[in-house]
Design a protein around this ligand. Structure first.
Ligand code: PLP
Length: 367
């Protein structure tokens, strides 16, 4: 008997499309037989792993045969001191992706609605569908979250709202007053997840800090990550900060050892390395300016971004331009899967990488 396992899968899983990661450098090298490839496709930190993180990981190897500290006590203490919250408010995750999914698994179900914005981070739709909840994607305004429309989309069935500030892949952001006005309209029993994966890069004085708003809104969950400004993308460590009761619930479902020892050690080390963070921010600031200026000279428009990436309108099918850029040894991110077929998302790299990307774009577009 031949079994169609698709029919056996849970309904939410049957229609699921896997998350599309950026193309790895090694894979392209093998395909094209070329070297010296640059990757500006996954919003990774172009400075690479900090020395402090490398040393912490190396020192951890001696204990590599043991389970990690499942409570992440030390890292939670460091974060607690840094953020001015109680350790009991923190849920550590295998990347913030892990906590974004945990939240959906704890609070959403097939009777629930989950609200997020058009063009927002793909993981929100993915975890919503995985738990069988109904996704309510609210049309964006100027590529960004329409918070007024999102508040209006709340119904008695709404359990969760995902907000990304700034959003990936658009880089759009909203200000503090807008966020407060939004929170004031949301019923206290609807959870708002504020994904601040790129908050360290924000320069706008009006950019909200979700942690500051936690005492005011017990239904707010803020998520952050070590993958971007802290340069630990490969390690997989992120976290949620919420009221302790929510943290307790997330903790019940969390895998007991969801953050490994090397990630814990690296995160602790990099959190204490303020110099690395400042260099990350400064490299991004300069690179963002360089790319913006370069794109303007090429006559290409882009969406203003508060992240470490920029979405560029290439005025034709982005997928084809992406392919041509690969031939030049430059990996960027097509975003057709976000209904943005004419855009490419370019992560901010080091100066020479940004220049190569601009040169390659000019060449393949004939500009
Ligand atoms: C990169 C990213 C994340 C999380 O990445 P992790 O590596 O899982 O911490 C979360 N949200 C957004 C919007 C991102 O772009």
């Amino acid at each position: 008997m031949s079994v169609d396992f698709l029919q056996l899968a849970n309904p939410g899983i049957q229609g699921l499309m896997p998350y599309q990661p950026g193309k790895p450098i090694e894979e392209l090298e093998r395909e094209l037989g070329i070297t010296n490839i640059i990757k500006l496709a996954s919003n990774e930190n172009p400075l690479g792993l900090s020395d402090a993180a490398k040393e912490a990981v190396a020192a951890e190897l001696a204990q590599g045969g043991r389970y990690p500290d499942g409570g992440g006590v030390q890292l939670k203490q460091s974060l607690s001191a840094r953020l001015g919250v109680m350790p009991a408010q923190i849920t550590l995750g295998n990347g913030s992706n892990d906590v974004l999914e945990l939240i959906a698994r704890v609070f959403a179900n097939p009777e629930a609605e989950v609200v997020f914005s058009q063009y927002s981070f793909a993981v929100y739709a993915l975890v919503t569908q995985a738990v069988g909840a109904r996704a309510v994607a609210v049309p964006a305004v100027k590529w960004g979250h329409d918070l007024t429309a999102m508040a209006a989309a709340v119904t008695p069935a709404t359990r969760l709202i995902y907000l990304a500030n700034p959003n990936n892949p658009t880089g759009t952001w909203f200000g503090k007053d807008e966020l407060i006005q939004f929170m004031e309209q949301i019923p206290a029993d609807v959870l708002v997840v504020l994904d601040e994966a790129y908050i360290e890069y924000s320069e706008d004085a009006d950019f909200p800090d979700g942690i500051e708003l936690l005492p005011r809104y017990s239904n707010l969950i803020v998520t952050r990550t070590f993958s971007k400004a802290y340069g630990l993308a490969s390690m997989r460590v992120g976290y949620a900060v919420s009221n302790p009761q929510i943290a307790d619930l997330l903790n019940r479902l969390r895998q007991p050892f969801n953050v490994n020892s090397f990630a814990l050690a690296a995160a602790n080390a990099v959190l204490a390395d303020d110099d690395y963070l400042q260099r990350s921010i400064e490299t991004n600031r300069q690179g963002m300016r360089q790319l913006q200026t370069g794109l303007e000279s090429l006559g290409l428009s882009y969406i203003p971004s508060a992240g470490n990436f920029i979405a560029v309108d290439v005025q034709k099918e982005g997928m084809a331009v992406f392919q041509s850029l690969l031939q030049e040894g430059v990996i960027v991110r097509p975003v057709a899967n976000y209904q943005m077929p004419n855009h490419l998302r370019i992560s901010i790299g080091l100066q020479a990488e940004n220049q190569r990307c601009l040169d390659a774009l000019g060449k393949v577009l004939g500009l």
